[in-house]
Write a protein of this length. Structure first.
Length: 322
């Protein structure tokens, strides 16, 4: 059925995920939802030096929020921070250099962060699509390490801090590509068979949807959501999907359009009036499965994913320095 899922997803994407889809959906947006003052609230955005992460951080900064940029590349991150401060006039922008594919670094960062800062909103935006099977220094497949395990550790490590906050939220930037994937817990690191980076990425994004649903059940004092930004013109899309970019570049959303629902989920009162654990597109909850696509998973597979990720995370926590 993969041909069916891929075809339906692509046709749906041409209709809804492009700039035209955003422009159509935005006619129904209430601008007042995001015209809010968030001074005094603290936001952490991973992968914030470019693309949707930077666009989100900039819009939060415009609204007075304290923004923590978590980035891997120090040089690019400093440029992004300076741009955000200059354009918004907000001086409460802080930079943290962390490689989200390195679980030991995340644990170390989270421990330090909890001792020094408060946190109201975590935005898991960092991600990658590596098209050949690469291993990190810890022997982890890089897409899995960044998109799934990194998201899992960053979130679970900061949950205790979020539990102390008023109106705490966690937003994870996923992808509509997850609609073509059924959760597979038997090969989290893609060890067997041919490696298809696009499908591995889509599987990681399905895993993020399952994580969000599971976290929402476990942590009732935090509002969890996961979203699809549509097909946006970002540096990541240009570098990891060059053929797709060339074919679609005239129809792609801007970075700000891709970030719009992230911002809405992060700052609006309307977002938290909806149940925790939902998947969003253009400020609306949408189904996590295509009709007749057979991508539903039994509860035991979802529970198994959580168990495996917890085992991975604890392994790296135990060897985390200091």
């Amino acid at each position: 059925m993969s041909w069916y899922r891929n075809t339906v997803w692509f046709v749906k994407g041409l209709r809804e995920y492009t700039r035209g889809g955003y422009e159509s959906a935005s006619k129904h947006f209430n601008p007042a939802d995001v015209e809010v003052d968030v001074a005094g609230r603290s936001f952490l955005v991973t992968g914030a030096n470019s693309g949707i992460g930077k666009a989100t951080a900039k819009e939060i900064a415009r609204r007075g929020g304290t923004v923590h940029l978590v980035c891997r590349n120090k040089e690019r991150a400093e440029v992004a921070k300076e741009e955000i401060v200059t354009e918004t006039g907000n001086q409460n922008i802080f930079l943290h250099i962390v490689d989200i594919s390195n679980p030991k670094e995340i644990w170390k960062f989270a421990e330090k962060f909890q001792n020094e800062h408060k946190l109201n909103v975590l935005i898991n935006n960092a991600g990658c699509m590596v098209n050949s099977r690469e291993l990190t220094e810890d022997g982890l497949e890089k897409n899995f390490a960044t998109n799934t395990l990194g998201t899992y550790i960053m979130t679970t490590a900061l949950v205790p801090l979020l539990e102390k906050a008023a109106d705490a939220r966690v937003i994870t930037v996923s992808s509509g590509g997850m609609l073509v994937q059924k959760l597979n817990v038997s090969g989290l690191q893609s060890e067997n068979g041919p490696f298809d980076g696009t499908m591995v990425y889509a599987q990681n994004k399905r895993q993020q949807v399952v994580l969000t649903e599971q976290w929402a059940k476990a942590h009732r004092n935090i509002h969890f959501s996961v979203m699809h930004p549509g097909w946006a013109d970002t540096p990541a899309v240009r570098s990891s999907m060059p053929d797709f970019y060339e074919r679609m570049k005239n129809s792609l959303r801007t970075e700000a359009q891709g970030a719009d629902t992230v911002l809405w989920l992060a700052v609006s009162a309307e977002a938290t009036r909806l149940p925790s654990g939902l998947f969003f597109q253009d400020r609306q909850p949408v189904p996590t499965h295509l009709p007749l696509a057979y991508t539903h998973s039994p509860p035991e597979d979802e529970e198994k994913l959580m168990e495996l990720l917890e085992e991975f995370s604890q392994k790296f926590k135990s060897v985390s320095p200091g």
